[in-house]
Ligand binder design. Structure first.
Ligand code: FES
Ligand SMILES: [Fe+2]
Length: 347
């Protein structure tokens, strides 16, 4: 008897899709701060000049290769290398001063990256062929609304590909199977697609046992957590959650969820949460802590799957996988070599 086994081939999905990436949350980088960063398989330096403008450049100094992120300093609108003290203009990356009076050589220039800062995020554009940004990040809905708490941040390093993390929240079928938050399939709205933006809403019926309540207690029908996700490219999403409390009281929380590939095998996953302020400070604090913990637990539940799965271009998908297949079709625009139509999943 011969067995016909499926062929597992390397995927056409690459580790660094094109688009905007959150490299830091704004509140974590003050004027004068210099931070080393490893992303896209490269060594980088991130700094905020004294005028408050954020810059990112390749990390190694073109003089003798010292890392500007380890001991480099912001001096005015320049970054100063820790090794021989050469100063590079923050704006152009050009060497403008050598302490011993030598004339800066032409080759002494840092490679700068396209950076923009918006809605508490420091964003960097990545394109594997060096193309200029083809879309912009607009104002996040309700971001500037007054009455929100400070940010509460969380982060992980996950041994996985960015695509696997990105498509996870469109994959509703895994939620009741592996997340303790719910025992039921979330109800997903039709996605709204606008170029690089993919938005949809999920209604999730929470499992009360998750909160230590007896199994006999059921959530009243129609009561659900509403989660609206607005995803900008594959590397970050703006999530707005509304949780029912008692009677008509609602609890609102917001999250920036972002991923940044460190190298071909690992990704930073960062979350920043905030909650609607209430007149009672300890209650606001408690609710933020609770929301943060729920998110943290959900990610911890996902990680063993992400770290051990492979990406199948042609999954054996069933009816409830329609959302994730739709997501994959939209996601192809972020890869320089789109998967040919006949081999792509979801088509
Ligand atoms: S290595 Fe940077 S100034 Fe010499
Ligand atoms: Fe998940």
């Amino acid at each position: 008897m011969s067995l016909s086994l499926p062929v597992v081939k390397p995927s056409d999905i690459t580790p660094y899709p094109n688009g905007w990436y959150v490299v830091a949350f704004s509140h974590q980088l003050r004027p004068g701060d210099v931070q080393p960063l490893k992303a896209f398989g490269r060594e980088l330096v991130l700094f905020r000049d004294t005028d408050g403008v954020v810059h990112m450049a390749d990390g190694h100094c073109p003089h003798f290769g010292a890392h500007l992120g380890h001991g480099g300093r912001v001096e005015g609108n320049c970054i100063r290398c820790p090794f021989h003290g050469w100063q590079f203009a923050a704006e152009s990356g050009e060497c403008v001063h050598i302490p011993n009076g030598d004339r800066p050589p032409k080759l002494a220039r840092l490679r700068k990256w396209d950076v923009t800062e918006k809605c508490n995020m420091v964003l960097v554009w990545y394109h594997d062929r060096g193309a200029a940004p083809t879309w912009e990040v607009d104002q996040l809905p309700e971001f500037d609304e007054p009455g929100w708490s400070d940010w509460s941040t969380d982060e992980w390093v996950v041994k996985a590909k960015l695509q696997d993390l990105a498509e996870n929240d469109a994959d509703v079928a895994h939620s009741p199977a592996m997340h303790s938050l719910t025992n039921e399939l979330p109800r997903a709205s039709e996605p709204e697609i606008d170029g690089a933006i993919f938005s949809w809403n999920l209604k999730i019926t929470p499992s009360l046992q998750q909160f230590g309540l007896p199994a006999s207690l059921k959530v009243p029908s129609g009561v659900a957590i509403s989660v609206t996700t607005r995803r900008y490219g594959l590397a970050f999403a703006w999530i707005r959650a509304t949780l029912p409390l008692v009677s008509s009281l609602r609890y609102r929380a917001q999250t920036i969820a972002c991923t940044l590939p460190i190298d071909e095998d690992s990704v930073y996953l960062r979350l920043a949460h905030r909650t609607r302020r209430t007149p009672f400070r300890p209650f606001t604090k408690q609710m933020l802590k609770f929301y943060h913990q729920q998110f943290h637990q959900t990610v911890d539940e996902d990680i063993p799957v992400w770290e051990n799965k492979i990406y199948l271009d042609r999954p054996a998908a069933s009816r409830s996988d329609a959302g994730v297949l739709r997501f994959r079709k939209w996601a192809r625009q972020f890869y320089s070599n789109p998967v040919p139509e006949k081999r792509a999943s979801g088509s």
